[in-house]
Structures are given as C-alpha cells and as structure tokens.
Design a protein around this ligand. Structure first.
Ligand SMILES: CC(C)(COP(=O)(O)OP(=O)(O)OC[C@H]1O[C@@H](n2cnc3c(N)ncnc32)[C@H](O)[C@@H]1OP(=O)(O)O)[C@@H](O)C(=O)NCCC(=O)NCCS
Length: 128
C-alpha cells in the first residue's frame, strides 16, 4: 500500500472538473511535522491555478490546526513545483550541509508566523 494511504493522520484534497479528478494533494502529520505531499495536476489541466489553489488550501488547513510551520520535499530541479511553493515564501533547507546539490531531494519550509498568517488570510479573503 502506498505510504500516503497508510498514514491515518492525513487530510486529502481533490480538485474536480465536472466528474473528472483533475488534481490531488495531501497534508500529512508525521513525527510532529506538517508535510505537504502528493501534489499532482492532470497534464491537460496545468497552468490554470489548480496546483496553487491545492497548496493554499493545505496551508490554510495547517494554520487552522495551529501548525507552526509546513514542509515539503522536492527534487531541486523540479522548477515548476518550486515555482508553486516559493511564491508563498517556502525556503530551502539543506540540513547541516552548507548547500544542496541540484540532484538532491530537498526539504522546503514555510514558517507560519503571525505576520505570514495575517497577510495570507488577507490575500485569501480578497479572492472570495
Ligand atoms: C507542479 C504542478 C502540481 C503545478 O500545477 P499547476 O496547476 O499547473 O500549477 P498552477 O497553475 O497553480 O501554477 C502555480 C504557479 O506556477 C507557475 N507555473 C506552473 N506551471 C509552470 C510552468 N510549466 N512553467 C513556469 N511556471 C509555471 C504558474 O505560472 C503559477 O505562478 P503564479 O502564481 O505567478 O501564477 C504540476 O505541474 C504537476 O502536477 N507536476 C507533476 C507532479 C509534481 O511535480 N508535483 C509536485 C511535487 S512537490
């Protein structure tokens, strides 16, 4: 069974166009860490804002559960994924190393500070 499906401490999000599943993602709690996982948008539905929406919804869910930060893992060369997250303010974490290699799978972290939450909530309210 895939690792994500075994995790009972996970919330899943899906995007539908009519009856078609066009995107999915999850917010997982693992060893006290809130992790964004499983983001995927059907190729023919990409670059329409679905990935961004699925990311914002998960960050919002983490905020509502009083998370102090959220993390995700991506290969350093996955520029599209990094593009989706970096604009929200995620920062690369190379652990103890001074820098990460382009081929490394790297952690990215977003601190959910009161300042971030205030500006994030304002932006999301404006979209409603
Ligand atoms: C990464 C992925 C989820 C993005 O989904 P998406 O619905 O196309 O993303 P969005 O349309 O919401 O775009 C989010 C931002 O990324 C930018 N972006 C998306 N695709 C892009 C591309 N091919 N080139 C450049 N920028 C791109 C958008 O312009 C947008 O920027 P904006 O906030 O300034 O408008 C999708 O490409 C995918 O499923 N990739 C394969 C799986 C994967 O890599 N998952 C991520 C694992 S961490």
């Amino acid at each position: 069974m895939p690792r994500l499906m075994r995790n009972t401490d996970a919330t899943y999000f899906a995007a539908y166009f009519n009856d078609i599943l066009v995107g999915h993602s999850a917010l997982v709690r693992e060893n006290g860490k809130w992790i964004l996982e499983g983001l995927r948008v059907r190729p023919e539905f990409r670059e329409k804002g679905i990935g961004k929406k699925l990311t914002e919804i998960r960050v919002n869910c983490a905020i509502s559960q009083k998370a102090k930060s959220v993390w995700y893992l991506a290969r350093d060369k996955n520029l599209v994924s990094i593009c989706c997250h970096m604009k929200l303010g995620f920062q690369k974490h190379c652990g103890d190393k001074p820098d990460c290699k382009i081929t490394d799978v790297v952690w990215y972290k977003l601190d959910l500070t009161p300042e971030f939450i205030e500006s994030f909530s304002k932006k999301n309210l404006q979209k409603v």
